[in-house]
Design a protein around this ligand. Sequence first.
Ligand SMILES: [Zn+2]
Ligand SMILES: [Zn+2]
Length: 298
Amino acid sequence: MQNLPFGQPGNFYRGNLHTHSTNSDGQHPLPEIIDRYREAGHDFVAMSEHFMDRYDFPISDTSDLRTDDFTTLIAAELHQGKTSIDEPWHILAVGIPTDFAKPHEGETAPEIARRAADAGAFIGIVHPSWYGLTVEDAKTIDCAHAVEIYNHGSKIEVDRGEDWPFCDQLLNGGWRLNGFATDDAHLLTHDWLGGWVNVLAESLDPDALLDSLKSGRFYSSQGPEIHDVQIDGDEVHISCSAASCVSIQGRGSRSAKEQGEGLTDVTLPISRFKESWMRITVADEQGRRAWTNPVWFN
Ligand SMILES: [Zn+2]
Ligand SMILES: [Zn+2]
């Protein structure tokens, strides 16, 4: 169905797109992080060191840590330029080459993001609420594929980790952006296994995963699973793991919901969302959620 992954061939692979090792300000070396995510049941991880002078612009090459059942994506968190309130930018680039050139003198955030996108990367606007990014700031990153709508570290540490409302403002303005959840793990204590993406791909191949990320063929989760989403006329049918609330969010105040115990198949009306966009949220009884990417109807 349109841009969503459900009902398409392939398997879902679970991964964390935002992680820091001792190559920047994380507390653990690369192999340990890979081992721990593999043992926790993830299928892949992207190491995203801070691409900064103080760490000598690291891009962690994890390709030799790939195995048949676990892979890695090459990534970095870019910090060139200042936001409108004079904070260094934070932009996630997943799928950049390990020889991605250091920033040139005066390179701005939109410029380095574009350079990364041109090199093939998935571009994410990360943890906007954590550092006071404005919607106008975000609009300058016109090559962005997605907004980090959940950052577990920011949520647990300073209660600024939730950014679907930020992304919704961009969607209301006509921007077509997906949303992804991550750990942004530095310590792997309280700050991991709190949010991830489930990416649909034919195989656990880094290029296939990257292609799906850029195309929006994934959904995000803190635990619940979304098995299927099918639009049928003026209704949407959602199949999921046991939920206590399944809801739809759309332009402005538009929303719909079904609440109950152990919901696994829900049908909701969607005619009022069809002039613009909608997305779906599945919440379990512990309050953990899974989120689809937005669907655009025009
Ligand atoms: Zn950051
Ligand atoms: Zn980070």
